[in-house]
Design a protein around this ligand. Structure first.
Ligand code: SF4
Length: 296
C-alpha cells in the first residue's frame, strides 16, 4: 500500500484545444443539433475520449477509402484540411462538405499552391518540413499535385536536388527549434542556389512552448495528457521531458500507475492542443481520489 505525500495538483492554464479544433467541434455539434448523424473524414481530433464523446452524439469517423465510395451525403472536414481531390470527388458525387479546415491551414494551403504555380517556370523544388503521412501534410502536398518533398529531419535533406531553387514551408504544428536547425543545415548545403524558408508554424502551438517549459519545471511529476496520434502532443511532451525528466505521457486514466507517486509532493497536469480541458480535469479529480484513498 502506497502512502501518498501529494499536496499540490495543478492544471496548466495554457493547455487545451487550440481555436482551430474548438471551431471544428463547434461546427460538428452545431450540425448534430439539427441532425442526429454526421460523417467526419478522419478523427475530428487526435484524442480518443473526445472522438468517443462526439460519436455518442452521432459523429461517425470515416476513412478516406470509405469517403471515395460515398455519394449523396454530408461530410465534415476537420481542422487539418484536405487535398483538392477530396473537394473534386465531393462535387462530382453530390457530397455536401462542412469545411472546418482551420483558417491558418487554409492560408498555408493557398500559399503553397501559389508557390507551386509560380515555381514551375524555374523548376523550383517545394519542400515541406513535416510528418510524412500526417493529414495536414497530405493536404499541403496535394496543393502541388503530389510533387512537394516532405522532410522530417536533417537526414531527409539528402533527397533534395541542390542544383534547383528551393522553397521550404513547415507543417503548422512543428517546433520552431527543429525548423531553425533544418534551415541552418539547408543553407549550408545549398549555398549555390536560391533558398526561401517560410516559417509557417502556428503560434497557437509555438507560443505554448515557453509556457509549458515554465510550468513543467515547477513540479515533482508531470502528467502529460494527449492522444498517441497527436504530433503536437509528441512534440510538447518531448519539451516537458527535457525540462522535467519525471514526465509521464498518458492518454487515459487507466494508464496512471500508483508507483509513480512515491515521495511525490506536487503534480502538474498539462496536454496538447488536441487535449480537451475536461480530460485534464478528470485526471486531477482522479488524483484527488487516489490521495484520499477512494481509489487504491
Ligand atoms: S494548431 Fe494552429 S493551425 Fe493547427 S488547427 Fe490549431 S489553430 Fe489551426
Amino acid at each position: 500500500m502506497i502512502r501518498y505525500f501529494l499536496m499540490k495538483i495543478e492544471i496548466d492554464k495554457g493547455s487545451g484545444f487550440c481555436f482551430g479544433v474548438v471551431e471544428a467541434i463547434r461546427r460538428a455539434e452545431e450540425r448534430l443539433g439539427q441532425d442526429s448523424h454526421l460523417f467526419c473524414l478522419g478523427d475530428i481530433v487526435h484524442n480518443n475520449s473526445e472522438v468517443e464523446r462526439l460519436s455518442k452524439k452521432g459523429l461517425e469517423t470515416i476513412s478516406h477509402e470509405q469517403f471515395f465510395s460515398m455519394r449523396d451525403t454530408t461530410v465534415l472536414l476537420r481542422a487539418h484540411g484536405e487535398p483538392p481531390e477530396i473537394y473534386a470527388y465531393a462535387e462530382a458525387n453530390n457530397i455536401k462538405l462542412i469545411d472546418a479546415t482551420c483558417p491558418v491551414v487554409l492560408k498555408l494551403q493557398k500559399r503553397i499552391l501559389k508557390s507551386y504555380e509560380s515555381g514551375t517556370k524555374d523548376d523550383t523544388q517545394l519542400v515541406i518540413y513535416g510528418k510524412k503521412g500526417h493529414a495536414e501534410v497530405n493536404g499541403l502536398v496535394g496543393q502541388t499535385k503530389g510533387s512537394a518533398l516532405v522532410v522530417e529531419g536533417i537526414e531527409d535533406l539528402r533527397q533534395l536536388d541542390y542544383s534547383r531553387p528551393i522553397v521550404l514551408y513547415s507543417q503548422t504544428t512543428k517546433g520552431l527549434e527543429g525548423l531553425h536547425h533544418l534551415s541552418e543545415e539547408l543553407k549550408s548545403k545549398a549555398s549555390e542556389v536560391s533558398i526561401k524558408i517560410h516559417d509557417t508554424i502556428c503560434r497557437q502551438v509555438a507560443n505554448r512552448i515557453p509556457g509549458i517549459k515554465k510550468f513543467a519545471v515547477r513540479f515533482d511529476l508531470i502528467l502529460f495528457v494527449s492522444g498517441k496520434k497527436s504530433s503536437n502532443g509528441k512534440m510538447l511532451f518531448d519539451i516537458c521531458s527535457a525540462v522535467n525528466p519525471n514526465s509521464k505521457f498518458i492518454s487515459e486514466l487507466n494508464e496512471i500507475e500508483s508507483e509513480w507517486f512515491h515521495n511525490i509532493e506536487s503534480v502538474g497536469i498539462c496536454g496538447a492542443t488536441s487535449t480537451p480541458k475536461h480530460l485534464l480535469e478528470e485526471v486531477a479529480s482522479y488524483l484527488q481520489q487516489m490521495v484520499s484513498g477512494e481509489i487504491v
